[in-house]
Design a binder for this molecule. Structure first.
Ligand code: MRU
Length: 360
């Protein structure tokens, strides 16, 4: 489908749940912190509440964060009182800065905000800015959804019939408000009739694998076995994993990829056990301004996410805990990066350069 205009519905996937939906004057999101126990939708009509929802991981996953961020700015613009165009753009910048400060690692958020800012600057009047921002947010949503559909199809050639695929964190429709990245490839392979099985890591501290990936795979009818993060090496060494596939939150120009904490460990284990390790991500996740993964900002979250599980303390009170939310996998561990423009392999620098066009 062509990219959206205000009033159009974004079409992205045939699931019976809609992670993010624009309702004309508000955005409706599926609260991912409540899954899998309850399927609760919340409606947000204010950019600050969208910012909080992103920080609290009610909406999460790199592409979904970008889409929600774009809608948040469109919502914020609706409430700016009528002032001169210059004043309006200044107030809009404050809104963009608030959204940009929610989560630092996912490149898709900044990709979306840069597009939104350019769109606002190109509009002549404040009324026009309000309208084009909604159009642009819908367009970003549709394009991200289309990109994940396309990359899922490209990824099919890497997944063989009857394989067991190990995946980490959650990368499905929930994380993308589209088709999915790693999970998009997996679900496509299943829908294509390949008899694949999935091993999903629970993904501590916030259990996106246990709570969300299993929920999405169950709905899609894909056989899945849940393991704790620490079991991955055991299954790889036993020859019970044919490939590992994960998403990414930011990919540097040389192919180094940041993803949910624990991904690096899986990539090293995969290499040690001669198992291919794939990253699936739309090109909006690639940040060619960063030479290597060392430059990727890594979000540090509150220690209580480690000392507690779902609010229940699991460590002595007052114990120190560290909580980096992502790690970086050096490109030497990555067998291929699957994007909507094709599959990139070593040398990644060349492949990424050929695929990425700067935003105009
Ligand atoms: O902290 P989260 O749940 O937002 O982290 C999400 C991930 O790490 C995903 O693997 C990533 O965004 C890529 S797939 C959409």
């Amino acid at each position: 489908m062509k990219a959206g205009k205000s009033g159009d519905r974004v079409k992205y996937n045939k699931t019976d749940y809609q992670p993010i939906e624009w309702l004309g004057d508000r955005v409706r999101i599926l609260d991912q912190t409540r899954l899998p126990r309850a399927e609760v939708y919340i409606e947000l009509d204010d950019y600050r509440s969208v910012a909080s929802a992103i920080m609290e991981l009610k909406i999460r996953g790199a592409p979904a964060i970008g889409i929600a961020g774009a809608y948040a700015v469109a919502l914020g613009a609706r409430k700016i009182e009528s002032v001169s165009r210059d004043e309006f753009l200044k107030k809009l910048q404050d809104i963009i800065d608030t959204i940009a400060a929610t989560r630092p690692t996912a490149r898709n958020l900044f990709f979306a905000l840069e597009r939104i800012k350019k769109t606002a600057e190109s509009a002549k009047s404040t009324a026009h800015i309000r309208k084009v921002l909604v159009d642009e947010a819908l367009k970003i949503h549709q394009e991200e959804a289309d990109a994940t559909r396309q990359l899922s199809l490209f990824g099919l050639e890497l997944i063989k019939d009857s394989w067991t695929v190990l995946t980490h964190c959650n990368t499905g429709p929930l994380a993308t408000s589209g088709y999915g990245t790693a999970l998009g490839v997996i679900i496509s392979a299943h829908q294509q009739g390949k008899k694949i099985k999935v091993i999903a890591t629970e993904t501590r501290p916030l259990l996106q694998g246990a709570r969300l990936t299993t929920w999405e795979l169950k709905k899609a009818g894909v056989p899945v076995t849940l393991i704790t993060d620490s079991m991955a090496g055991y299954f790889m060494k036993k020859g019970r994993v044919d490939c590992v596939i994960t998403g990414a939150d930011r990919i540097a120009a040389n192919g180094d990829a940041a993803n949910k904490i624990g991904t690096y460990t899986l990539a090293v284990l995969a290499k040690e056990n001669n198992i291919p390790f794939y990253i699936a991500a739309p090109t909006s996740t690639i940040d060619s301004s960063l030479k290597t993964g060392d430059e990727i900002p890594i979000e540090e979250r509150e220690p209580d996410e480690v000392t507690h599980i779902q609010g229940v303390p699991i460590a002595p009170e007052g114990i120190a805990a560290a909580n980096p939310a992502f790690d970086v996998t050096p490109h030497k561990y990555i067998s291929a990066i699957i994007t909507e423009k094709g599959i990139i392999r070593e040398p990644y620098g060349k492949g990424i350069k050929g695929i990425i066009k700067p935003i105009t």
